[in-house]
Design a protein around this ligand. Structure first.
Ligand SMILES: O=P(O)(O)OC[C@H]1O[C@H](O)[C@H](O)[C@@H](O)[C@@H]1O
Length: 203
């Protein structure tokens, strides 16, 4: 069942399906394909090839029926597929809240990271099942799947926070999450690092 409640909302329970990270009742479902992530990966040519080569689903966001309106507290479960685009881990678009308000994430499955950027400082929170990541007001945030399985997390956020995607296109996110070619480990590199290069300048 997919519904979207209208305020005033009556108290209700949502059943969380742990196996597939489902919500019942369920609200909107958002699907983001590679073509929706234009301008976000360091290697624009690799991004364009991935779009041409099937335009894969990178992540989905399943919301509860609680709407994004002032004073409500919507929730959603995001599932990011595992993948790499020219060595850069698949990720969400990332956004800033136009109305600076906090948000919490809870890791549910897989291995991910929460990249936070306030315009000057960047922080990385390692996310796995059971970890709560806190996003303070004023920090843009992007989630990244750094594992080989789908990374799933629950988000709870103020309904009036909003999503500013232009901020990330303008300011970047401070860091990029890459898979090191030699070790296969997570390598966080400065945001402006050319695609295919490491912090040390190695090819
Ligand atoms: O909005 P994106 O940057 O694409 O991130 C995907 C989603 O992540 C979390 O679930 C947020 O709470 C959602 O509001 C957001 O839509």
């Amino acid at each position: 069942m997919s519904i979207s409640a209208t305020p005033p909302i009556q108290p209700f329970a949502i059943t969380f399906g742990a196996d597939n990270a489902t919500l019942e009742p369920q609200g909107q479902v958002l699907t983001r394909r590679m073509s929706d992530l234009e301008g976000l990966f360091a290697d624009a040519d690799a991004w364009a090839r991935a779009v041409a080569d099937g335009d894969p689903v990178v992540y989905t966001v399943v919301s509860s029926p609680v709407p994004e309106v002032p004073r409500e507290l919507p929730q959603s479960i995001t599932t990011i597929q595992p993948g790499l685009t020219a060595g850069e881990f698949w990720m969400t678009k990332g956004h800033q809240h136009p109305d600076p308000q906090g948000e919490i994430y809870l890791g549910l499955a897989g291995h991910g990271g929460l990249l936070l950027f306030d315009g000057e400082r960047a922080e990385w929170l390692d996310m796995s099942p059971g970890v709560i990541g806190y996003i303070p007001p004023g920090w843009a945030h992007r989630s990244v799947n750094v594992g080989d399985e789908p990374y799933k997390f629950l988000a709870v956020y103020p309904g009036s926070a909003g999503h500013d995607y232009g901020w990330v296109l303008e300011h970047g996110m401070g860091l990029r999450a890459r898979r090191a070619a030699d070790s296969g480990d997570l390598d966080l590199v400065p945001f402006g690092t050319p695609a295919g290069r490491h912090r040390t300048g190695k090819p």
